[in-house]
Unconditional design. Structure first.
Lengths: 323, 504
């Protein structure tokens, strides 16, 4: 047995390259194949578009990464996006509230959903899948109740500026995504919050015996998730100028795909922000490519489903090889 | 007097429901002292130290540290008072580095308020140097062997200015050399004035390191003896509460025909060129260090792991074994090392588990042969004197010894000709151990061919007719009962490929 095998410091570039080799090759291959069929992929405007349209997924993936690192999952993300979007639109249009108040209340809605998820999972031991399925259902229901099943239009410049501003020719949405990714990286690699997420996901008992408040640090990531999703709901509504009742539908699927394709283990404890970024890009390039090739959106669902399945199978094979 | 005492536990009692686990236990521990706790499984040792560690709370009783009364209600509180527990099973986060594990729960910060990983690495290095452990603090825990992970556990425990360190069976999965390193670390801790509570079933170890031995039975303190006055037989008698005439039971049998022969078995990563044979009525051993590949070879013979080459012959005829069912049909049974993980369905009851291997015979179509099932269960419960309240009792609640008997019963129900026992007595108390040895002896006397994989050298020496020794995936030696000695076995166990060729 090689006990002294040296692991290169976790922040080094070569290590990143080695650990994510599979995803990097996948991304390159995908880009080349799609680039040959639809050369438009590599045009500057298309690339910026691609980044912009995947920014919301990037933000949600940050939250999903934390849940999956815990060895759990959060499938309520999409419905939280919808609920927060509809709440912000309704407050501005139906109640004439100032933009600041509407945004704050929407974020608060995200916090509340996050607390419900976190409490039920960490304190009441409800399996994460069931707990977040329930809040997904609650969120979807409330979205319909508030919107009455139709889109709520928002005509407010201050509000739309949240998403429509460009900074140096780059959409502010992309900048938000980059900031979220950076914050998540910082949280996971430089703070107790992140260290304890890895510890709880890797070996809950070890975390408990080390005197960590396991329940608290199991619950907090869901609050982060709630806030991130609510923010996405606001962004999306500001960008479209309206909030539809179906806003956010299926977002959980894209986020889970990105995180899993990025090499995060479904059983928890293993995964990085860097890998997740690759996962987001793979999903983004695939979707963009399928659009460029004119594949209809229902077939795109089929594609995405297959890819998630493959990614998880690869994860399982990788783990069985480790043993 | 009280001020000299590092730790005092007074009148500790604890019950789970109506089951009284601890009754009025008192102990004291001084600076630089090693107090060993001895007792069969279920005697209350684990519960006692879980109370000290803040994992359980006691129903009554008090804990004093340096003469001051302390309330230890959480593991965080225990750690604050300098109590550190090294649990029997390794509790580290596998995919994190050694340094991150050592500082888990008390990470140092930089001036910016972020966590200071560099400092974790340098501090870990410092402590490991101090204890003479040669590991890279930046490597992942999951890449270390069990023995090295254990060392990380100890470093983690002592790095936080531990004053009282509890070790619960720290050597149960260590090789001899790893155990030696552990004892050196313990000596260093002792010199630093750390008080140590040491739990082990291995009496030799207790005599080697303890200052005092406290014997527990059925949740009570039976006696506490200074090591100078301790006698092996007396300790065992105190522990089991009856006079145990003989520990290892072995009657020599007439060796009959070859039962199982393995020729040149290969696996591209785990082992190569494995050839051995076992006769009916014979007990052979497989010794070697943890990680030598013994378990993997046995799993391959049983079809639980694939093999890439070689032959498996039963009574001289080659059998193709690709999955456990093939091996079972050929009459081979495998009692795994990890009985909780691989041997039992813990949530299910004794009856279910005993019938599980023989289920093909017990369930015909949709008809369950209830009376036959029940009879098999009753037979084994009686034959092995398995202590259960009813066949409906969940196996997860049984002691290690009783669990092992249930697993044995499960496999014997299919009437195997070849029985492979992987670490059959690991973590099992002395009384049950003797019973299991007696069962093994009876099986061999009845003509079964038995293979025992064991890291416990006295077990191999006293129970086996022959032993093979493995190192790094190869068989490095074979000894007959007349040639047995701990030294010879250890020499072969540490013989790597090159040395072997030189020896030849």
């Amino acid at each position: 047995m090689k006990e002294k095998k040296k692991i290169v410091a976790s922040n080094s570039f070569t290590n990143y390259f080695r650990r994510n080799l599979g995803s990097l090759i996948g991304l390159a291959a995908l880009s080349i194949i799609i680039g040959v069929i639809a050369p438009k992929l590599f045009s500057g405007t298309n690339l910026l578009n691609l980044l912009k349209s995947n920014s919301v997924n990037a933000i949600i993936s940050c939250a999903m990464l934390m849940a999956i690192l815990l060895g759990e999952i959060d499938i309520s993300v999409g419905s939280t996006v919808g609920l927060a979007g509809v709440v912000s639109a309704s407050l501005i249009t139906d109640f004439g509230m100032p933009v600041g108040v509407a945004v704050l209340v929407s974020l608060l809605v995200g916090v509340v959903i996050g607390i419900i998820n976190g409490m039920s999972i960490a304190y009441f031991k409800v399996p994460a899948f069931i707990a977040t399925l329930a809040t997904q259902c609650i969120g979807r229901g409330l979205t319909q109740v508030i919107s009455g099943g139709i889109s709520i239009r928002v005509r407010n410049d201050a509000f739309s500026n949240i998403a429509m501003t460009n900074i140096g020719g780059v959409s502010v949405i992309i900048i938000y995504a980059v900031i979220f990714l950076l914050i998540t990286w910082l949280l996971l690699n430089k703070t107790k919050f992140g260290y304890y997420i890895y510890a709880i996901g890797g070996n809950r008992q070890a975390a408990e015996y080390s005197g960590i408040n396991v329940k608290l640090f199991n619950a907090l990531p869901y609050v982060f998730s709630g806030i991130a999703c609510a923010f996405c709901g606001i962004l999306w509504t500001a960008r479209l100028g309206s909030a539809a009742a179906m806003l956010g539908n299926g977002f959980e699927l894209d986020a889970i795909s990105a995180v899993v394709i990025g090499g995060t283990s479904m059983s928890g404890g293993v995964g990085t922000v860097g890998g997740t970024v690759l996962g987001i890009l793979i999903i983004g390039v695939l979707q963009n490519g399928l659009n460029l090739m004119g594949v209809n959106s229902f077939w795109q669902y089929v594609c995405k489903g297959i890819i998630i399945l493959l990614a998880v199978i690869i994860d399982v094979i990788r783990k069985s090889k480790e043993n | 007097m009280e001020n000299n005492c590092l730790l005092q536990m007074k009148g500790i009692s604890k019950a789970f429901g109506s089951n009284k686990v601890l009754l009025d236990i008192s102990l004291d521990l001084h600076n630089g002292e090693i107090l060993s706790l001895l007792g069969e499984n279920g005697a209350g040792k684990s519960t006692l130290i879980k109370i000290l560690g803040g994992i359980y709370s006691s129903d009554s009783g008090e804990i004093y540290i340096d003469g001051e009364k302390k309330a230890i209600s959480t593991s965080a509180a225990a750690q604050e008072y300098g109590v550190r527990i090294i649990h029997q099973e390794i509790v580290l986060v596998p995919h994190r580095t050694i340094a991150a594990n050592i500082f888990l729960g008390r990470e140092p910060r930089t001036s910016l308020g972020t966590l200071d990983y560099k400092k974790m690495v340098s501090e870990s290095q410092k402590i490991m140097d101090e204890f003479g452990i040669d590991l890279d603090p930046d490597s992942l825990v999951c890449e270390l062997s069990l023995g090295l992970q254990q060392q990380v556990e100890i470093i983690k425990a002592v790095s936080a200015n531990a004053r009282i360190v509890v070790m619960d069976e720290p050597t149960s999965s260590l090789s001899e050399s790893e155990t030696e390193i552990l004892f050196q670390i313990i000596e260093k801790l002792k010199k630093k004035g750390v008080g140590i509570i040491y739990i082990s079933h291995r009496l030799d170890e207790l005599f080697q390191i303890s200052d005092r031995i406290m014997v527990l039975r059925d949740g009570r303190v039976i006696n506490t003896v200074p090591i100078a006055e301790a006698k092996r037989e007396e300790l065992i008698n105190m522990m089991v509460g009856r006079v145990l005439d003989k520990y290892y039971v072995r009657t020599k049998n007439e060796i009959r025909d070859i039962a199982l022969e393995v020729k040149g078995l290969q696996h591209k990563k785990l082992f190569s060129d494995i050839s051995f044979q076992v006769h009916y009525g014979e007990i052979i051993g497989f010794s070697g260090l943890v990680g030598a590949g013994r378990t993997e070879v046995m799993k391959a013979v049983f079809g639980g792991l694939p093999h890439d080459g070689g032959k498996i012959l039963l009574e001289g005829i080659e059998v193709k074994i690709r999955k456990p069912r093939d091996a079972m049909e050929a009459g081979i049974a495998y009692v795994p090392e990890d009985r909780r993980g691989e041997g039992l369905v813990l949530l299910n009851d004794v009856e279910f588990n005993i019938g599980l291997a023989d289920i093909k015979d017990l369930v015909k179509g949709i008809r369950v042969r209830k009376s036959k099932w029940k009879k098999i269960v009753d037979d084994y419960v009686e034959k092995f004197s398995i202590k259960i309240t009813s066949p409906r009792q969940k196996t997860g609640r049984l002691s290690g010894g009783n669990q092992q008997k249930v697993v044995l019963g499960k496999w014997l129900a299919i009437k195997p000709k070849v029985i492979i026992l992987d670490e059959p007595t690991r973590g099992i108390d002395v009384g049950s151990k003797a019973e299991i040895y007696s069962i093994i002896n009876d099986l061999a006397a009845d003509g079964a061919a038995i293979i025992i994989v064991s890291s416990d050298l006295p077990e191999i020496i006293n129970m086996c007719d022959r032993t093979y020794i493995m190192c790094e995936g190869r068989i490095t030696g074979e000894l007959s009962a007349e040639e047995f000695s701990q030294e010879k076995i250890m020499t072969f166990s540490t013989m790597t490929g090159i040395e072997k060729e030189e020896a030849v």
